[in-house]
Write a protein that binds this ligand. Structure first.
Ligand code: ADP
Length: 452
């Protein structure tokens, strides 16, 4: 087992990892940027080192500075959290070459799944259903138009190296497709350093269903059930739940088996997520695999009773899984609302700033993963997630009721947050019935900037 872990991240996930380490008797090292001197992860870790300026490129993405911090503090493992360097194969390789364990999958698996086209190709060969579309990067307008004619509009142009809901455009006709092709290529090059884009069929009103994978280095691969992440704004998740109201035991078994097959095809180790879109007729298709712990992991923890970060650390240390697939029990229902410093009434524009009043909800059935406190000045440099409220109950309805009262208790002032929007959703009959699709928010609340 590790004796000391450096957490190459900030915010709530850095604290989540520090908490798990403390419970496992592992010492922790926080790294922080100049803008994060007063951040909570810095205070909670056993040691803390400043790795650079406020901009992520200067600090949380600064590989030489992070590796130096790891060497100075003599850690034997680095936990990357999510975002930042968590899906950077080069960083994973550098950690290993410095004799520090990267707590995640192999660099090879990260690289393979980081390219959505390569991932789709691998899945097709493994017999996993994929969405019809181009199987190689689109090189010309003619190629894009030919693909669209074959699969029929609407189509979606996607960056092969994309993530976080960025680098995607939905198109309904030839003119839009041509312009989307050029903007996506330029955006993909600027944001992901890879201009490869592809075209696939845009599924109408699907649900986003993903499976949590847990795999060790001895070939044991299992799934911990699904999360339903259908409530999104601009292809970014806002609310997640487990189990999905749209998945029955039979479908869970089928999708779970294919998710495990997908992970095995990628020789995957560590925690990871296989994402699918489920259409109205019950057909489902692989969209991508995320090679890291995800923001929404707590809902799985709450219905399985499994601590995913501890499991990730254990398999990262080379231990084998003790749990077997048929021992996984899903109990009750869990929902997570992402509380972001954003104004939902103004296109989800970021609202950083000083928080003068902060009171978290508590009581039975409520878990809050956050890093915020009264007097904290939310910096404008990073993503806007302030807190995750996770509620549980014997049934989905119970979990929603707990969420309603938890959101009512949650006070974050004076900055704007997504709390009022979550409150609206939690009292919407369509949401109560679980009849949601990925366009639910735009349709029901006329939010976001609809893609065309
Ligand atoms: P990212 O890596 O940026 O998160 P994903 O490929 O995981 O991108 O897709 C994110 C979301 O975009 C999905 O949950 C879904 O809402 C939407 N999406 C992606 N591909 C399609 C598609 N072919 N048809 C319909 N919606 C899609």
């Amino acid at each position: 087992m590790f004796s000391k872990i450096l957490i190459a991240n900030r915010g709530e996930i850095a604290i989540r990892v520090i908490r798990a380490c403390k419970e496992m008797g592992i010492r922790t090292v926080a790294v922080y940027s100049e803008a994060d001197r007063n951040s909570l992860h810095v205070r909670l870790a056993d040691e803390a080192i400043c790795v650079g300026g406020a901009k992520a490129e200067q600090s949380y993405l600064n590989i030489p500075a992070i590796i130096s911090a790891a060497e100075i503090t003599d850690v034997d493992g680095i936990h990357p959290g999510y975002g930042f360097l968590s899906q950077n194969a080069h960083f994973a390789e550098i950690c290993e070459s410095c004799n520090i364990t990267f707590i995640g999958p192999s660099a090879q698996a990260i690289r393979l799944m980081g390219d959505k086209l390569a991932a789709k190709d691998l899945m097709r060969k493994a017999g996993i259903p994929i969405i019809p579309g181009s199987m190689t990067a689109i090189r010309s307008k003619e190629e894009a138009l030919k693909t669209a004619r074959r699969i029929q509009y609407p189509v979606i142009v996607k960056a092969a190296g994309g993530g976080g809901g960025r680098g995607m455009r939905v198109c309904h006709n030839d003119v839009r497709l041509i312009s989307a092709l050029m903007t996506c290529q330029a955006e993909a090059q600027a944001s992901f350093g890879n201009s490869d884009v592809f075209v696939e069929k845009y599924l109408q009103e699907p649900r986003h269903i993903e499976f949590q994978i847990l795999a060790d280095r001895f070939g044991h691969t299992m799934h911990l059930g699904e999360r339903d992440c259908t409530i999104q704004r601009r292809h970014q998740k806002l609310i997640e739940e487990a189990p999905s109201p749209a998945v029955d035991p039979k479908l869970r078994r089928k999708m779970g088996e294919l998710a495990v097959r997908a992970a095995k095809a990628a020789a995957y180790t560590s925690v990871g997520t296989v994402e699918f879109l489920l259409d109205k007729s019950g057909l489902f298709y692989f969209i991508e695999m995320n090679t890291r712990i995800q923001v929404e992991h707590p809902v799985t923890e709450m219905v399985t009773g499994i601590d995913l970060i501890k499991e990730q650390i254990r398999v990262g240390a080379g231990e084998s899984l003790t749990l077997k697939q048929d021992e996984v029990r899903l109990e009750g229902a869990a929902i997570e609302c992402r509380i972001n410093a954003e104004d939902p009434t103004n296109g989800f524009s970021p609202c950083p700033g000083l928080i003068t009043m902060y009171h978290e909800p508590g009581g039975r059935g409520v878990r809050v993963d956050s890093y915020v406190f009264a007097g904290y000045d939310v910096p404008p440099h990073y993503d806007s997630l302030l807190a995750k409220v996770i509620t549980v109950g014997p049934t989905r309805q119970d979990a929603i009721r707990v969420m309603q009262r938890a959101l009512e208790e949650f006070l974050i002032e004076p900055i704007r947050t997504t709390i009022p929007l979550h409150q609206q959703i939690m009292s919407d009959p369509t949401f109560w019935r679980g009849q949601i699709t990925t366009d639910y928010l735009d349709r029901q609340f006329q939010l976001g900037e609809g893609n065309d």
